[in-house]
Design a protein around this ligand. Structure first.
Ligand code: ACM
Ligand code: ZN
Length: 556
């Protein structure tokens, strides 16, 4: 009977030109209760109340106003002090009654600090956030619940019917990220901003920005003006997968420090931290092209026009190498306030170091010996990491490295990004180092996402459908004790761009696999259900259509 009534209510609402909001969003909230027999109707002319003396809340209220209009055509008024406004935003979570004593006394986890609540009842829609970030997430939840409306042909005013609802939500993991490689291909500022918008829509809080590579240096260093100017440009690019055929077109681009700051601020307003990566000591041909004295052989080197792993890397025995790195990282820290700084560390072949007198002299000076566990050259990389870590720590930053940083022994506070499977992450967590899980098997979204590769743009290879991404469990409970699991901060997808040159392609690779990882990052594992996820995706894809964001239409 109740079901029949709720169906009748919905037909009635639709008949009255109203469309219905649906809070079964992506990522799915921790707790959601809905009574579809009762609705609150939102229409143009109604207000959003917020604290106008609070600039951060005002900004979030403004975001919400814009989002509602963009998706539904409903024009809300900004009515800061109206206690009876249709939408009310406020700090603090009181939906379950008074703030509990426990909440006041116990230090909150990062996830709890992001908590928010949404209540819909006859008074309207109440959005509450424990902090501003929670209010932003509450506003995003309301945005995603909205139907995407066409302007009615008969000029009727649009209305959205919100079923009575209570949501109490917070994320599962504190680190919820995505990486974008802007070094293999360079993407303009508006693309980075749209990437950030899409991450924020999914509750992500970290953009790992890969800024340097063999194929191009993209970060301006003021003390080394030639570095970005010359190091950002490759003479040409190989066609396809190292085919031996070249396009003959110079390719370049870099971000000025002013632009980087603009990105940092844009992201911060959307509660996303930018983690910049300077990949060292390998993947450095673009820098070696400008400063050949920093390589073991002295060069000459060119900004690489092909893909892969170069044998030429920074010389570990040349004191100028460390001066160079400190200059670069010093300016990087000035521009990016992130607590985490990524120093790469992946794919650094050691053959140049083995044959370099300067590198071997350095190993001797450091007293490095083959110890059965770590080779001399791997320990030499750890020496570089350690120097860099001390430098970063002095500036209040923590070092993140790819899992190769385990090979010569981890430096004291290093955070490990586990990409060659999950074993690096497991080993690091057992050593009580913090870990971000991003294994190729679940998180490399440069792989194909559909089995039938015909008709898809060329990709690096592999096969990673959204369903596989969705199935990822970052805590690996079969391998790690509960205590060790505490070291797993979260998960991230990585978009390498050797074969991704255009913005439409970026978003085609990202979506719907970011949708999938967002439930890995946000939802408890017992809440995840791929079938349910697929039924919830179309509404979000209507939002992408309205915003002009490309995505892969098929899902496997
Ligand atoms: C990597 O994919 N080389 C970290
Ligand atoms: Zn050397």
């Amino acid at each position: 009977m109740k079901r029949l009534l709720s169906c009748l209510m919905l037909f009635w609402a639709v008949g009255m030109q109203a469309q219905v909001a649906d809070f079964r969003i992506i990522p799915f909230p921790k707790s959601l209760t809905t009574d579809t027999t009762k609705v609150f109707n939102l229409a143009s002319g109604m207000g959003i109340a917020y604290d106008a003396s609070d600039p951060e809340m005002s900004r979030n209220a403004q975001f919400l106003r814009e989002w509602v209009e963009q998706l539904t055509g409903i024009q809300l008024k900004m009515t800061p002090d109206d206690k009876k406004a249709a939408i009310r935003m406020r700090l603090g979570i009181t939906a379950k009654g008074k703030k509990s004593k426990k909440e006041k006394e116990v230090a909150l986890t990062e996830q709890q600090q992001e908590a928010y609540a949404v209540t819909v009842n006859k008074q309207g829609i109440l959005l509450e956030g424990r902090k501003h970030v929670g209010l932003f997430r509450a506003a995003q939840t309301l945005r995603k619940a909205l139907p995407v409306l066409e302007v009615p042909a008969n000029g009727a005013a649009p209305t959205v019917a919100f079923p009575y609802t209570n949501i109490q939500d917070e994320p599962r993991f504190c680190y919820r990220g995505a990486m974008l490689d802007c070094a293999r291909h360079f993407f303009a500022m508006d693309v980075i901003k749209q990437y950030i918008d899409v991450l924020a829509l999914h509750g992500c809080n970290q953009l790992h920005w890969h800024l340097t590579e063999d194929q191009g240096w993209r970060f301006e260093v003021k003390a080394l003006p030639e570095l970005a100017k010359k190091g950002s440009v490759r003479k040409q690019t190989v066609v396809g997968r190292n085919s031996g055929v070249y396009d003959g077109q110079p390719y370049g681009g870099y971000y000025t420090q002013e632009q980087c700051r603009e990105i940092v601020n844009y992201a911060a307003q959307r509660y996303i931290n930018i983690i910049p990566e300077i990949d060292l000591p390998g993947h450095m041909l673009s820098a070696l092209h400008v400063y050949p004295n920093l390589g073991c052989t002295g060069g000459p080197y060119e900004v690489w026009p092909i893909w892969g792993v170069s044998r030429d890397v920074l010389c570990a025995g040349n004191p100028q190498t460390m001066d160079f790195l400190k200059t670069v990282l010093g300016e990087l820290c000035d521009v990016f306030p992130s607590k985490f700084i990524h120093i790469g560390g992946d794919e650094c072949p050691k053959e140049r170091w083995k044959n370099c007198p300067k590198c071997q002299a350095k190993a001797k000076e450091l007293g490095l010996t083959e110890n059965g566990k770590h080779s001399i050259e791997n320990q030499l990389q750890t020496y570089i990491n350690h120097e860099v870590e001390k430098f970063l720590n002095e500036r209040g930053r923590d070092l993140i490295g790819w899992d190769e940083t385990l090979e010569g022994g981890l430096t004291p506070g290093a955070i490990v990004m586990s990409w060659r499977g999950i074993n690096g992450g497991i080993e690091a967590a057992r050593q009580h180092h913090r870990v971000i899980m991003t294994p190729t098997t679940y998180c490399y979204i440069d792989y194909y996402q559909l089995k039938d590769q015909w008709g898809q743009p060329l990709a690096i290879g592999g096969y990673l459908p959204a369903s596989k991404v969705y199935s990822f469990e970052p805590l690996v409970p079969e391998e790690l004790t509960e205590e060790e699991q505490q070291y797993i901060l979260g998960a991230q997808v990585n978009l390498w761009t050797e074969y991704v040159a255009y913005p439409e392609h970026v978003f085609y690779m990202l979506l719907p696999r970011l949708d999938a990882i967002s439930e890995v990052q946000w939802c408890r594992s017992d809440q995840k259900d791929f079938k349910s996820f697929k039924t919830r995706l179309p509404r979000l894809q209507q939002l992408y259509d309205r915003l002009g964001i490309n995505y892969c239409r098929a899902i496997e």
